[in-house]
Design a protein. Structure first.
Length: 210
């Protein structure tokens, strides 16, 4: 038990270095501000490099972890924005409602990742959706970090993590995009990773009052 605690403690928020964030805002964005009032946040698309998995960890296990993390990211992003709702001119759809609509449409997590963003907007009855990606590549060679992540729900040290936030409207137009590349781990859980991402994106995040 002590060994696990030591390992987990060693995974807590280690940021080694990062490339400057990249921001994109379309020419249509300014004209969309008046029409975008209701925004939904869908589960993030999480991908982990499966080429160097530790012994005993299968691709199925990784797939399940990616799915769980996708919903964890969605929840963390929604909670972050909801706490700051008064700062924004848009309302954020409750993620329980979002996920319920998706479930009633008999769509799986994988289906959602492949769907056209405009179609998702129409399905959810919103003006725009926030989606995200977390691409985690090249786990540490000993596999210890990813093993802890898969078993205990913690994110361990990685060589590179690319985090992305996108906003699309019902016409499938990409209105806004924020990319951030980190070399090393940005936290020990999806909540901490999302908090790091949202803090980076917050100064440029759209639909702010005033």
């Amino acid at each position: 038990m002590k060994t696990w605690r030591i390992v987990l403690a060693g995974l807590l928020i280690v940021v080694l270095s990062s490339c400057g964030p990249s921001l994109y805002k379309s020419n249509q964005f300014d004209s969309s501000v008046k029409s975008v009032k209701q925004v939904a946040i869908i589960p993030f698309n999480v991908s982990i490099d499966g080429k160097r998995l530790p012994k005993g960890v299968t691709l199925e296990t990784v797939k399940e972890f990616q799915k769980k993390s996708g919903y964890d990211f969605q929840n963390a992003a929604y909670s972050w924005l909801l706490r700051r709702q008064q700062e924004y001119s848009v309302n954020f759809q409750d993620i329980d409602k979002t996920n319920s609509i998706v479930k009633k449409a008999n769509l799986t997590y994988d289906d959602l990742m492949l769907m056209d963003k405009g179609e998702i907007c129409k399905l959810l009855g919103v003006d725009a959706i926030i989606s995200g990606k977390a691409a985690i590549s090249r786990p540490m060679s000993d596999g210890a970090a990813i093993t802890v992540g898969l078993i205990a729900g913690y994110w361990g040290s990685t060589n590179k993590t690319i985090l992305t936030l996108d906003i699309h409207n019902a016409a499938s137009d990409l209105l806004w995009k924020f990319d951030w590349e980190v070399n090393g781990s940005v936290g020990s859980s999806a909540e901490q990773v999302t908090r790091s991402l949202m803090k980076k994106a917050s100064k440029k995040f759209p639909y702010k009052n005033g």
